[in-house]
Design a protein around this ligand. Sequence first.
Ligand code: ADP
Ligand code: MG
Length: 698
Amino acid sequence: MTKLAQRSLNDPVTELKGVANALSEKLARLGISRIQDLLFHLPYRYIDRTRLTPMGSLLAGHDAYVQGEIELSQIKYGRRRSLLCQISDGTGSLLLRFFYFSKQQQQSMQQGRLLRCYGQVRRGPSSLEMVHPEYRMIHADHVEGLEEQLTAVYPATEGLQQNRLRKLIDQALYALQSDASDLNELLPDNILNDQQLPTLRDALEYVHRPPPDANTELLLENRHPAQLRLAYEELLAHQLSLQELRKELRKEQSPRFAQSETLTPAFLKQLPFQLTNAQQRASATIAKDMNNSMAMLRLVQGDVGSGKTVVAALASLQAIEASYQVAIMSPTELLAEQHFANFKNWFEPLNIQVHFLTGKLKKSERTATLEKLEMEQPLVVIGTHALFQESVNFNKLGLVIIDEQHRFGVHQRLALMEKGRHRNEYPHQLIMTATPIPRTLTMTAYADLDHTIIDELPPNRQAVNTSVISNQRRDEIIERIENVCQQQRQVYWVCTLIEESENLQCETATDTYNTLSERLDSVTTGLIHGRMKNEEKETIMRRFKQGEIDLLVATTVIEVGVDVPNASLMIIENAERLGLSQLHQLRGRVGRGNIQSDCILMYQSPLGDLAKQRLEALRNSNDGFYIAEKDLALRGPGEVLGTRQAGIPELRVANLLRDAHLLPDIQDIAKIMLKDYPEQVELLIRRWLGNSMDYSNV
Ligand code: ADP
Ligand code: MG
């Protein structure tokens, strides 16, 4: 044991007792290779066997430790054979349900015997129950005591049991206790004192092995100071890595564009409307950013319909006037096509070349466009991800604009920058998102960017009227379509499905299309979905835009950016299946002109409480920022921003929702640390992010 105490925490886990190759491979799957990694393999929950819950106060959805006398035990033959055991403790009763059980198990559960069990309580068909709880028979004459402390439960992996992990972590904790332990406290004393946080060592010991007098409630809710301290350090490490990255990026040179004196005035003159104040402000900020040799990295957030495209166009003009190329990237083909049409409309009268590049171009067209990008400038090219494939070489890319993109992480942003590098110059970057991002997420996922918010809609916009209606009233809704179309207005009908499968989505949309076109004689109906050929989609969209199609049945492909101002009714089927931000996006397809528009959220009844709340939130508000906050609270950050790639860090202890209030402080502290404690910064980043933030080779 003395030898163990002298272990360096940096030693490989194989130095621990009983860790051979097979085990170290399993540990590696959990990201554990050094002894220290075990210490940072933190419990994700605790089992509380320190007290028994009276059955009368059990709550569905919660874990509980209970003890009771068996009242009845029997095998039930139904769709599935199961062993049912009813226990009670005088305050209430509980049903235990086992689908797998041995004869011996069944026999031991005799009426009158005492049983103690631990598990999650759920609402069963007739009463509260536990399915496959951990249980033990108890002898009435020597009832065992309860446990003295909470038991930590760790993220595990196949073939590696909790008990085994616990023992290994015990060894690591033992090594930690020795004075020779080289686990450094990386937070400066004054910060720990200011924030009243325990030391790292105390915090780790506490969360792994809470003492008997621990505040159980706080621990179970992940709000204990020891947990907070770790969350704090983790969030700080992420913040530091982003701020450091930001500092690095700002060191890069970008071309400096003077204010556009010719093209911008000409463009504004031909524009059929005046810019809103918010558009002017955003454009002025962007213009200033680009008139600087430091790379612009700016995120523009604006609610649907706030007019971000014009802002993008103005930014482009400044680069064009300086004889540079501009690349505009959209997340979907459909949007790219729409932007292409817009920009051609706006820019060709100004004699600016506008090109198009997506994965679905014909080979000859593609080759021609690629040649242009390699040879000519200035120009604007609009496309999808295809813009940044290997075969694409820009001659002199000065500005990259990413539109409607909330699914873009740090890595992709950096890859884009690298792609546009020209000698030692990097293009400026403008990122536009129509899904307002909750503040907490901007502070974490987008801390490397500067931010601008377009907080004003063009004048004469009327708020969309939203109603929540059961699909049992489908007939009424269909009648409404007829009315709207008679008034020369247009309608969207969006079909949704839970299944990811695009095929199924398209099938459903096709069925709906068939039914609706049969029912609605006087209405010209169109169908658009993801499996259609590009040209087909384009034709349908063009016809809808030109008013030749009255009712457009669609899958969620039309979600972002599609702009048909004459459309005034949006119907979304099975709205309860979509996220709030996505629904808000879809709703934003109407109310784009100056006509009063409506959105009908159809749901499959019966509607659960939570679902009802969500749809209500949407009915009551047209404010994308408010809705984004709600969405975050209801679904969590991963869902709101998309996938892991969205740049939301994978957090081990911290939780963006719960710990959001820490973020402003952490941002400040990160700045102090970068300035005053640069040696600690590297170590902190490495401790929590390992090498995952190594951007040198993107
Ligand atoms: P989003 O911010 O959702 O991308 P768009 O750029 O597509 O919004 O603009 C939505 C609609 O508003 C377009 O039809 C656009 O021409 C129009 N628009 C943009 N700015 C203004 C403005 N200042 N005044 C009136 N209409 C505007
Ligand atoms: Mg847009």
